[in-house]
Design a protein around this ligand. Structure first.
Ligand SMILES: Cc1ncc(COP(=O)(O)O)c(C=O)c1O
Length: 390
């Protein structure tokens, strides 16, 4: 049997990983500032994470949600404490798309409405409603098309207010990434998030914070939406949550009440997934990784901004993008980005592109990336820019 080829593959086989480094099958070492797509939050194969999973594996790996699983409660308590949302309720699932899918569904159960507001350049996943609320027509199959999603320009408060004025009583939820990842590291304005909060309150809609990529401490706050100083009703989370073990979830504000069977999953919240997720939170707390994300992120941004060719460096904490565009029209330069990534790869640095045209280089490394690793990366980036003709 062959694989169903949906991914453009990099020509490398990684066989070992530790901290911010990975090694290929030839023994070559790479610095991973791509973080396995923002999944590696506490560093590859952190010893505590390995031990926690191994210990759990010895006891029991899986049983269904038909029994008591105290690890789930332990995880909820730890998550409530670290995120500052102790009064929220945790529902566990398996992926970011599934988390958002459940968030939409729950919002709709809650207020009995159907319409969702999403924003330009958004990415919320590849399943039915998640992909319908994703601003990329290429990902949406005919069966996913729906009239229930309204797209508005990102960070446009007037357009949002106008939309609520016209359709307010039909809006079930508003979904937004605190920092758009796939869309190009675009930071949601704090005032825009506050506007979402106040309009949702006024019209009885549910504010959904997609924290799948920008959450879990990556920006220095547990949820990047927290910078706005207002709470969302539901936060979705996934990538950094298990450091590579598949686990995801939503946390739900106390005024939204559960009913048996309104949500459900076979695998979500299994013993092994909870052990992995607990190990991640324990390390984030013990090693003060949110503080590190702020410090190292600032250092990385400053160093990048000091490179004369780099003008548009943006982001928060360890979610940083640098955009390449030219001329008064700011024409995107995806070819240049491709060349830079290739040169960086040749110099053993892993990075990723994003943005509508692939015109942005993004940094989404482990939260325990060090000063020395940033220094190494900056050296490689300077050389790669030169070699790519930037
Ligand atoms: C903001 C955001 N939401 C949702 C998803 C979907 O997550 P998953 O791939 O785990 O389904 C992603 C994945 O990249 C994402 O970046």
């Amino acid at each position: 049997m062959k694989l169903f080829e949906v991914y453009p593959i990099n020509n490398v086989t990684i066989t070992k990983a530790r901290g911010s480094y990975v090694w290929d099958d030839q023994g070559e070492q790479y610095l991973d500032l791509y973080g396995g797509h923002a999944v590696i939050s506490i560093g590859h194969n952190h010893p505590h994470w390995v031990t926690r999973i191994e210990d759990q594996l010895e006891k029991i790996a899986f049983y269904s949600n038909s029994i008591k699983i105290p690890l789930q409660q332990e995880l909820a308590e730890k998550l409530g404490k670290i995120s500052g949302k102790a009064d929220y309720q945790l529902f566990l699932c398996n992926s970011g798309a599934e988390a958002n899918e459940n968030a939409f569904k729950l919002a709709s159960f809650h207020n009995g409405r159907k319409k969702i507001i999403a924003f330009s350049k958004s990415f919320h996943g590849r399943t039915s409603l998640a992909v319908a609320a994703t601003d990329n027509k290429n990902l949406v199959a005919p069966v996913n098309e729906t009239e229930n999603v309204i797209f508005l320009p990102f960070n446009d408060e007037d357009a949002l207010a106008e939309c609520f004025k016209e359709n307010g009583n039909e809006i079930s939820s508003v979904i937004i990434e605190g920092i758009q990842g796939v869309g190009g590291i675009n930071v949601a304005d704090d005032s825009f998030l506050r506007k979402i909060r106040s309009l949702c309150d006024e019209y009885g809609a549910v504010y959904l914070a997609d924290c799948v990529l920008c959450g879990y401490g990556r920006t220095g706050k547990f949820f990047s939406h927290d910078f706005a100083g207002v709470n969302a009703d539901i936060y979705s989370m996934a990538k950094g949550m298990g450091n590579g073990f598949p686990v995801a979830g939503i946390i739900v504000a106390p005024h939204i009440k559960p009913k048996h069977f309104m949500l459900g999953t076979t695998f979500g919240g299994n013993h092994l997934a909870c052990a992995a997720a607990l190990a991640v939170l324990e390390i984030i707390e013990k090693e003060k990784l949110m503080g590190n994300a702020v410090m190292i992120g600032k250092y990385l941004r400053e160093e990048l901004s000091a490179i004369p060719e780099l003008k548009n460096v943006r982001g928060r904490g360890l979610m940083i993008g640098m955009e390449f565009a030219q001329g008064p029209e700011l024409t995107p330069r995806p070819d240049l980005v491709k060349a830079i990534l290739h040169e960086a790869f040749e110099r053993k640095l892993l990075l990723l592109s994003c943005g509508t045209y692939g015109q942005v280089v993004r940094f989404i490394p482990p939260l325990n990336t060090t000063d020395e690793e940033v220094e190494t990366a900056i050296g490689v980036i300077s050389k790669s820019l030169e070699a790519a003709g930037a």
